[in-house]
Design a protein around this ligand. Structure first.
Ligand code: SAM
Length: 257
């Protein structure tokens, strides 16, 4: 994804409106409230913050201790335009960035999909090391290989996850998966159908990998609002669902690193 300026420009323009980002940001806020209640002075690091959509959402909700890191100059520039203290950092070198600073919360949404196991394990250790003893790591990730499609190609995603992947690796990094859910169950048949159709088109050569487009575009407002409301209702009614194209996790620091 890094280097694809047009993807960052789209993200910057649309993340405040698009149903998927709105649903994800509200999910993050719910996780923060469950742990920290009404406190708005907690320190939050968005690691791989992209163009700052989540930081912007949290600032609007009154959170004050916001920081961000990203390994894309495009992303960092957009965050600066929004007035956020965001630093250009390759997360492979997180250990070198302000090594003594620890956070109440680190959010790392849709970033692990760019890391092989060789890099992911040290990254999880470095994130764990930056959490205060009762801190939280909140992380959304692309789930299930079945959902691989045009979007993955367009933004250079190299892998998708299932919960067992994290349950195996996080305990050794001083972390514990406290809660996790796949989402959105209700939309998954539709998303699956679209992604499988895209894969067929790619296989048959009807769609070229170099022409692949990401899912970051705004559908008609009635559809955008309908998709948002479906996810919202699902989120309110069902705390955990067993299937979906994303995996949302709230991970506790065990404070042992
Ligand atoms: C799919 S975007 C997600 C952005 C943001 N977290 C969000 O939820 O909108 C992935 C982000 O991870 C960043 N990223 C990928 N590899 C990185 C690395 N090695 N170091 C720092 N940032 C990285 C990209 O620049 C991009 O902004």
């Amino acid at each position: 994804m890094i280097g694809r300026s047009e993807e960052y420009e789209k993200m910057f323009r649309l993340e405040g409106q698009l149903w998927w980002y709105r649903s994800l940001h509200e999910r993050v806020e719910m996780a923060l409230q469950q742990r920290f209640g009404k406190r708005r002075d907690i320190t939050i690091l968005d690691a791989g913050c992209g163009t700052g959509g989540l930081l912007n959402f949290l600032r609007q909700r009154g959170y004050t201790g916001l920081r961000g890191l990203d390994g894309s100059t495009d992303a960092v520039a957009f965050c600066h335009e929004r007035g956020f203290p965001v630093t250009f950092v390759n997360l492979n070198n997180l250990a070198d960035f302000e090594p003594d600073t620890k956070y109440d919360v680190i959010v790392c949404n849709d970033v692990f999909c760019y890391f092989t196991d060789t890099d992911l394990l040290p990254l999880l250790s470095a994130l764990s090391h930056r959490l205060k003893p009762d801190g939280l790591l909140v992380s959304n990730n692309n789930a299930f290989n079945l959902f691989m499609g045009e979007h993955d190609l367009a933004v250079g995603i190299i892998r998708r996850f299932v919960l067992a992947d994290f349950e195996q690796i996080v305990p050794g990094r001083g972390l514990h998966v406290r809660s996790a859910t796949y989402w959105s169950l209700a939309l998954s048949p539709l998303i699956l159908l679209i992604r499988q159709w895209q894969r067929l088109q790619l296989k048959l050569g009807w769609l070229k990998a170099e022409d692949a487009q990401s899912d970051v575009y705004l559908p008609p407002s009635w559809l955008n609002e309908t998709l948002y409301q479906i996810v919202r209702v699902e989120q309110k009614l069902l705390r955990r669902t067993p299937f979906g194209s994303s995996l949302f996790m709230v991970i506790d620091s065990q404070g042992i690193l």
